[in-house]
Design a protein around this ligand. Structure first.
Ligand SMILES: [Cu+2]
Length: 185
């Protein structure tokens, strides 16, 4: 995956540089400017790029990471973040409860294969809500934004303990902002 990304980046950069060099060199000796030819080229380019865009969308849309859109989730988990912790509950969390340091909330264990919809918000500044796999790779993530509820859907593939980390620098204690999700059978 990393090598593919690097190869695409290098090829694309080379094409971009080549176009810039071509345009730069072609400007040295401006020939006769033909408005007609310019308009024709512009039309060809517009139609060509439009067709390419439609084909590209048609080929890549099925790979969008939202295959469960329109399906009722098996379960909803409410998440409220604040500096520097996450609170999760099976019930909606009020802002007062989110800010109450004395109040401890927890959720029932998640079952593997269930479609979980996380409803994520924050009681103070913007945070990130990022679920990691057991090998330390990001599985899915979204932002926790003041005044918004972001919905994040995910099916945990197997049982285990999945770390949750904040991915948005949210203050001096950002690196301590961790939680975890336990997934049962
Ligand atoms: Cu943070």
């Amino acid at each position: 995956m990393q090598m593919t990304a690097l190869t695409v980046f290098i090829v694309w950069s080379a094409i971009t540089v080549a176009i810039f060099v071509f345009v730069g060199l072609s400007g040295r000796q401006p020939g006769e400017l033909s408005v007609k030819a310019y308009k024709r080229n512009r039309a060809v380019l517009f139609v060509g790029l439009s067709i390419a865009a439609v084909v590209f969308l048609y080929l890549t849309l099925p790979f969008m990471p939202y295959p469960d859109e329109g399906v009722t989730p098996d379960r909803v988990v409410y998440v409220s973040s604040k500096q520097f912790a996450f609170k999760m509950s099976d019930q909606p969390i009020s802002r007062e409860d989110a800010l109450n340091d004395e109040l401890f909330l927890s959720i029932e264990p998640i079952k593997a294969g269930e479609l979980i919809e996380f409803r994520i918000t924050t009681a103070d500044v913007t945070h990130g809500f990022c679920i990691y796999g057991q090998q330390g790779r990001i599985l899915t993530q979204t932002q926790a934004m003041p005044g918004y509820i972001n919905r994040l859907r995910y099916r945990f593939p197997e049982r285990g303990t999945y770390p949750v980390l904040c991915l948005e620098f949210c203050g001096i204690g950002h690196h301590t902002m961790k939680s975890q999700l336990v997934v049962d059978n």
